[in-house]
Write a new protein. Sequence first.
Length: 288
Amino acid sequence: MAIIMKSKEAAEQVYATIRSQVEKMKQQGHRPHLATLLVEGDPASAYYARTKQKIAEKLGISFHLHTFDRHVSEAELLHLIGSLNDASHVHGIMLELPLPQHLSASVIKQSIAPYKDIDGITPDNKLATVTGDAGLYPATPQACIELLKHYGHTLAGKNVTLVGIGQTVGLPLFHMLQRENATVTACHAGTRDIAEHLSHADIAFVAVGCPDVITQDMVHPGLILVDAGINETLEGKIVGDAASNVGEKVHAISPVPGGVGTLTTAILYKNLLKAIHLQHYSREVVYS
């Protein structure tokens, strides 16, 4: 049976560091502030936003949830984001996705100031993720790597298979893995035989957003599998991209829920503190 790489302990370590840093900042008269934009209509987004709010309160971070009716205009959202970009007391801005179809997610994401974009969704931060320059990288790919390292696994020199190269997780993770000096094979919709690539892998990451993409017959006993998929079944159960019996064959696997997703939220707040550093020390250098 596989080692189950739960992330609660890793997340708590991140939170402990954040609490310490927040306390020091408050003693200096500063309090980190995160503004989150939520357009009503997606129950999962509302749940995640309120979960983040509860965590922020425990960390001593100021959290303002800006909630909009699902018929909100794009101009209204852009106006608020412009105000938040200019507000010196606001250190981070997060946009809950997905958005209703009448809103352009691309336009709205691009309007967020890069140095306040704690989710790493703006063009400047996407580029920084590719190049390795200073910036705010997407939280989920960071969580994938952090979870692996928490369990004592290194990436340098390892054969890594990445299944899924989407804009949100897979593609930025691909570039981060390369900077960890892993030998990375990227599998996507055009890949003919994913199992063949997995057979040569020491470590695999899956981030497709579809259940049962990885089945038991595709893996081997020495494989370490990080599952970044989050899917809801017809019965309302949350599952990953790997089939439920994959854990019976691999060496180690991250659970869903309780794996990457739990650590991702902690990394978001780690990014918030990094954003404050960028705003105070290197804004003019990082974002010219």
